[in-house]
Design a protein around this ligand. Structure first.
Ligand code: TYM
Length: 338
């Protein structure tokens, strides 16, 4: 049990390595928007995580503005939440090194995302890709963040952050110096699946262009992707139990539920017995209604780098004001000379 006494603080980040998609929106960004009204929140652009795999420098810069635009267009308010890019706050890298010396190889060996991303040729993966979850722990703990809104795929990384926090507190006899951060995963949208394969999560790197709805897709692209979404020949069931063993149907119902704030059961009460010929157009209209305005606003914001840069600079300054004193304390605890 953690006896951490500090304030509740929410933090999360998104990599700047590809287009923002419906999974990022429902699993993360939408939660960011809701939480900012209730708690102190920091949301960053994980550009240092992005370079764990090769990024074209110009593309990386553009992607960083793209994610910043997504946050703002979705409703994250820079006057309420702190929005910044990770590389602008040196404390992340400073704490990450110390955490590299706290985390154990065996812990990192268990990380499934490394295995997925490195693939068969792990020898050729960057060292950064391997220690990626350690930097993630530093991102969180350098602000002593207590709560981390993420999708289901980040659960294991959050567990590692808790392990690192606990080991640091224990090894340095600094009880409750770091909180054990809680993931905020629950709720509809925590795991949005590919539109082409209900067993794979929706991902920007999916080779099939119809697998993933990007926030910047226009209405036609959204409608086309939903029309082409893989389904089965059965009509929708009237009860949730009927979605078992029907991953593609369950995913589409889940997206509808997440976007309307209804439960799966409520969606099925409305559409049970109907075929996908009726459900898909309703879903397409809903996604267009919710996502297309965000995409339009992103396009507008992305054309205004000066504004986005000013938001990020202001956020980085606020973030550093929290993080630098934490690093100073950590250095003292570790035994570095001031
Ligand atoms: P990233 O950039 O892969 O994803 C960003 C967020 O989107 C969520 N997500 C999904 N949610 C539901 N369904 C999906 N198909 C889906 N795909 C992605 C992710 O769970 C995540 O919340 N390691 C992190 C970035 C990070 C971070 C952090 C997060 C770096 N440092 C500190 C929290 C705290 C990542 O790669 O997310």
């Amino acid at each position: 049990m953690s006896g951490y006494q500090g304030p509740m603080r929410v933090l999360s980040g998104i990599q700047t390595s590809g287009g923002m998609h419906l999974g990022n929106y429902l699993g993360a960004i939408r939660k960011f928007v809701d939480l900012q009204h209730e708690h102190e929140c920091l949301y960053f652009l994980a550009d240092m995580h992005s370079i764990t795999v090769w990024q074209e420098p110009e593309k990386l810069r553009a992607q960083t503005f793209h994610i910043a635009a997504a946050y703002l267009a979705a409703g994250v308010d820079p006057n309420i939440a702190t929005i910044f890019h990770q590389s602008a706050v040196r404390a992340h890298a400073q704490l990450a090194w110390i955490f590299n010396c706290v985390a154990r190889l065996g812990w990192l060996d268990r990380m499934t995302q490394f295995k997925d991303k490195a693939g068969k040729d792990a020898e050729r993966a960057s060292v950064g890709l391997y220690t990626y979850p350690v930097l993630q722990a530093a991102d969180i703990l350098v602000y002593k963040a207590t709560h981390v809104p993420v999708g289901q795929d980040q659960k294991q990384h959050l567990e590692l952050s808790r392990d690192i926090a606990g080991k640091f507190n224990h090894d340095f006899n600094a009880p409750d110096f770091f909180p054990l951060p809680e993931p905020l995963i629950k709720g509809p949208g925590a795991k949005i699946m590919s539109l082409r394969d209900g067993s794979k999560k929706m991902s920007k790197s999916d080779p099939s262009e119809n697998a993933c709805i990007f926030l910047r897709d226009d209405a036609d692209a959204i409608a086309r992707k939903i029309k082409k979404a893989k389904t089965d020949p059965e009509p929708l069931p009237s009860e949730e139990k009927g979605l078992e063993d029907r991953p593609e149907a369950a995913n589409l119902v889940g997206i509808y539920a997440a976007l309307t704030g209804k439960s799966n059961a409520e969606v099925l009460a409305e559409f049970g017995g109907q075929g996908f010929g009726a459900f898909k157009p309703a879903l397409a209209d809903l996604v267009v209604d919710k996502i297309a305005p965000i995409g339009n606003e992103m396009r507008r914001l992305e054309a205004d780098h000066a504004y986005l840069q000013s938001v990020l600079d202001g956020g980085a300054e606020r973030a550093a004001a929290i993080a630098d004193p934490v690093v100073k304390e950590v250095k003292d605890i570790v035994g570095f000379v001031a």
